[in-house]
Write a protein that binds this ligand. Structure first.
Ligand SMILES: *Cc1c(COP(=O)(O)O)cnc(C)c1O
Length: 533
């Protein structure tokens, strides 16, 4: 019998109309639940009904990103009739439990504090809107509220899966339940550890959230634990990843390379769970054009099938931005959160090399991606991309307000999927998997999932040979030289002079990824390696 799993995540990317996601973490969680439904795994999801979701980020006249928020409502949510209470800053906060009914055997419950009886209704207002006290309040709703919701709904759970450290307070609630019936702290911790598994996603040290101990106490997040006990679990300041590693029986990273990085990163943490690697996957029906897979398998005209998707993308871009790209010229797609390590504007680094290729239209590039609303550096990156689209209006496009619609269009219709994070900072990345299965060839540094899948010149290309350096200038110079070399000596000649080889590579891209990175494989791994033992 498969374990009954409660999957906790701050965000879920289910479809474009549901504004309950920000980026990759939510897309993964959404794909995970869809996969659990398709393959009939015993799972329930716990999340938050975000009133305004993540930012709607548009570009103003001067080319700067700005954030706008709207209230969203969903008529397909089912009212479970259940409310649970979480005490936050000494005030009881009611959390209404909604059910997303699209998932049949895999219910997703979303907690909501936007209720008339609440002194504070805004806790579930904006996804990742705040960092300090408000973030803790949100995490208390997810974690403590989530466990209480499961109890009130009557779900029997064998394993609690924390997808990222946001759900950590669920562990405190599981401990409180035991301590209240007379179990000692140490015994409650030991028992609770047996019930929890944890997935870490953040190989960038600063990306791992931490809070002063006093803040946890003030907010009520300690949930009855003492200062000493909190420090034992998460250190001081209290690190949510460290805490989750110590509260879980087993953990995982989301790609092989990320597994190595995470084990190094957290090697100093005593009493933590082992971190194994389970590489992420995608939900094919959501992201992949089934026709591409069928034509590839039947040895049909794959270029023609791709061209249909490419023209759909060209039309989409024209509707959005009024620019019509050329179907006989190469299109590079790039969409990511604008964070420095992802180097969104990397390809523009040497204008002497890239300028002529853009001016001649040999290279056309479509960008998309949001910066976190409070991240000024990220916003400057977006601004620089928009500037490039003004400099090369026929060849460079920036699509504002990145979402699942843009993500799907780009990973179907581009010719090349460019990915150039500073290795080893990308945990996995899943957009490259979407591209690969759609016959869109990856051109990427050997980071995230790509080292596992890449056969250079066969199913896509790598550049940089896995070089790493703490000296960012050195790393960037190394990778840039490699990017331009592979682009000019391999990618462009293949596209323009050897279409047969290109189509061969598309076929290899599809066949080498379509099963290995489909969500079924990931679920099997999670059940075999994490849940069922
Ligand atoms: C697929 C997808 C992601 C995750 O892709 P990465 O490769 O991790 O950047 C994020 N946002 C959207 C809208 C997506 O479609």
């Amino acid at each position: 019998m498969d374990s009954r799993v409660a999957y906790f995540c701050m965000e879920y990317g289910l479809d474009v109309k549901m504004k309950t996601y920000a980026g990759g973490l939510g897309i993964l969680a959404g794909d995970y639940l869809k996969g659990a439904k398709d393959h009939s795994y015993p799972m329930v999801g716990i999340g938050i009904k975000w009133k305004q979701g993540y930012t709607d980020q548009r570009i103003d006249e001067e080319g700067h990103p700005y954030d706008a928020y709207h209230n969203y409502g969903y008529d397909f949510l089912e009212d479970t009739g259940i409310k649970v209470s979480v005490t936050i800053r000494k005030q009881p906060i009611a959390c209404k439990v909604w059910k997303v009914d699209k998932f049949g055997n895999v219910p997703l419950y979303l907690l909501d504090t936007d209720l008339p009886e609440n002194p504070e209704t805004w806790i579930t207002g904006q996804l990742y809107g705040w960092f300090g006290e408000e973030r803790i309040a949100q995490e208390m709703v997810l974690g403590i509220g989530g466990i209480r919701a499961l109890r009130a709904l009557g779900h029997d759970i064998d394993v609690y899966h924390f997808n990222e450290g946001h759900a950590l307070f669920a562990g405190f609630e599981l401990m409180r339940e035991k301590i209240e019936t007379g179990t000692s702290f140490n015994e409650a911790w030991a028992q609770t550890r047996k019930e929890i598994v944890f997935t870490t996603h953040t190989p960038v040290v600063e990306g791992n959230e931490s809070h002063p101990i006093e803040r946890l106490l003030y907010m009520g997040a300690a949930n009855g634990l003492t200062v000493e006990q909190l420090v034992q679990i998460g250190g001081a300041p209290f690190n949510m990843t460290v805490g989750a590693l110590r509260l879980s029986r087993k953990s995982n990273a989301v790609a092989e390379l990320h597994g190595e990085t995470a084990n190094k990163m957290w090697s100093h943490v005593e009493g933590r769970s082992d971190i194994i690697a389970i590489t992420n996957c995608i939900h094919k029906p959501t992201w992949v054009d089934d026709n591409m897979i069928q034509v590839a398998e039947a040895d049909g005209d794959l270029w023609q099938a791709h061209l249909t998707n490419k023209i759909a993308l060209i039309d989409f871009v024209e509707q959005r931005n009024g620019v019509r790209l050329k179907e006989d010229k190469m299109i590079i797609g790039f969409s990511r959160r604008a964070a420095p390590y992802k180097r969104s504007d990397f390809i523009f680094s040497d204008q002497a090399i890239i300028g002529p290729l853009l001016a001649s239209g040999q290279v056309q590039i479509i960008f998309s991606g949001k910066a976190h609303p409070l991240d000024d550096t990220g916003k400057e990156i977006v601004t620089s991309l928009v500037e490039m689209s003004k400099k090369y209006p026929e060849s460079v496009v920036f699509l504002e307000n990145y979402d699942m619609t843009i993500g799907a269009a780009l990973t179907r219709g581009s010719d090349i999927w460019l990915n150039n994070p500073r290795r080893p900072k990308e945990a996995s990345g899943t957009s490259g998997m979407k591209a690969a299965m759609n016959g869109v060839l990856n051109l990427s540094t050997l980071d995230g999932w790509w080292p596992e899948a890449c056969e250079h010149g066969v199913n896509g290309w790598q550049f940089g040979d896995g070089f790493e350096s703490d000296n960012e200038a050195e790393l960037d110079a190394h990778d840039l030289e490699a990017l331009y070399r592979v682009l000019q000596e391999e990618v462009l000649p293949t596209f323009y002079q050897n279409k047969d080889k290109w189509v061969q590579m598309m076929k290899a891209s599809i066949s080498s990824t379509k099963d290995r990175y489909a969500v079924k494989r990931m679920l099997e791994d999670y059940y075999n390696k994490l849940y069922n033992n």
